[in-house]
Unconditional design. Sequence first.
Length: 430
Amino acid sequence: MNIAVIGAGAAGLMAAARAALTARQSGIDCRVVVLEKNRKAGVKILMSGGTRCNLTHDCGPEGIMEAFGRGGAFLRQALAALPPIEVVRLFNGLGVATQIESTGKVFPSSNRAVDVRDALLKYATDAGAEVRLDCAVKSLKREPQSGGFVLEVNGDFLPFDRVIVTVGGKSWPGCGTIGEGYQWMRDFGHTIVPPRPALVPLVGGTEWMHEISGVTLDSVTASVWSVPQDGKKPPKKPLLARRGGFLFTHFGFSGPTAMDVSGIITAAARPQETRLTLDLVPDLTTDQVIRWVEDQRRGGRRKVSAAIAELLPRRLADAVTESAGATEVSFAELPRGKSDALIQSLKQLTLPVTGTRGFDKAEVTAGGVSLKEVDPRTMQSRIVPGMFIAGEILDLDGWIGGYNFQSAFSTGLVAGTHAVTSEVEVTCVN
Ligand SMILES: Cc1cc2nc3c(=O)[nH]c(=O)nc-3n(C[C@H](O)[C@H](O)[C@H](O)COP(=O)(O)OP(=O)(O)OC[C@H]3O[C@@H](n4cnc5c(N)ncnc54)[C@H](O)[C@@H]3O)c2cc1C
């Protein structure tokens, strides 16, 4: 048997390693060839996590599933086969010591993404997989006679019995991920959930928000709300709320929370159908903030901005105070309406969003091959026997925090194993 793995990213290298190992352990004669268009394997691993590679998250499978929202359940079996703890053990066993940060993110202790990439590449090649670089797959078709596949690579037409498609999505196209896999999948009859940028900085903001570009907040809660249409009541709960770091930029908003909620915003037909708010003081309830303001009012002469600076970084405190029209006055002098506006700004500051930085700056692609059409136990296409699909090309996108590599590793492992062991009913087509 010979198996092609298209794409030497996290999913493809893991799939190749496991296919080669499974074949060896089962005594199956199997050649595994990885075809990668770039001159280097694992380009996204190298650039990930600010070149430190946040390879997984310190949580159980349920925590990973939660990060993928509705897609999470699809990952259940793959995470059972390779949970986060096993990813850590695997890399430790490959010589990559790991460390867990307070946020739960797992990094190599060396803080070098290249160590993760090198270990994974060696894992695949030591297992017997052949990794061919500079080999862009131009087309992927069925081989009508054998029921296998033919791949067009550098002018040659290469036959394979089975294929594992791990070409990623279309984010950061400079890395080679331009989304050509979607058309192959469509041609095979797969449904592609429209790809859209996720984990992407948001464009928008007001003048004062741009003026405080560079201000970072360690722990705020960003919430996305649906905007009620046709006079319907406003929702009581947000579509998604994420707590963590946040950054004001000259174009809008970035940092983990802004990026985590970006996928929900891009899921709406227009950004105006959702509203983004920021709770600047998530450790205080609204009642506590109201009481704090009342205490300040009773306290007399202290300027509003000086008091607010107890709660927020100085530049933000000044900007919020100014936007509420409360500069140069004390709390005692502040009209009730303005102090209410201030409370609103602290607990539910509206951040106008007009769009995102697009695929060019999206860490992942949401959308992709419909999960309904892939068997979650094997990653085999339900439409194309002998084709296995793993990683970001699937309609899966998780939060920032190592979740996306975890998904790529787990789905890659399952695809690699089952590409060797699954009974594929090979039907001659066309
Ligand atoms: C800047 C940045 C930072 C990130 N940081 C993190 C992080 O720290 N933690 C985390 O969990 N996730 C992170 N991610 C997300 C993570 O990189 C992806 O989710 C993950 O790489 C997906 O793995 P994959 O193998 O499915 O796809 P990819 O890693 O995209 O691999 C696909 C491979 O297929 C190749 N390919 C594409 N088309 C063809 C073709 N026609 N022929 C041959 N080869 C082809 C590509 O060149 C590529 O090497 C980050 C992403 C970016 C952009």
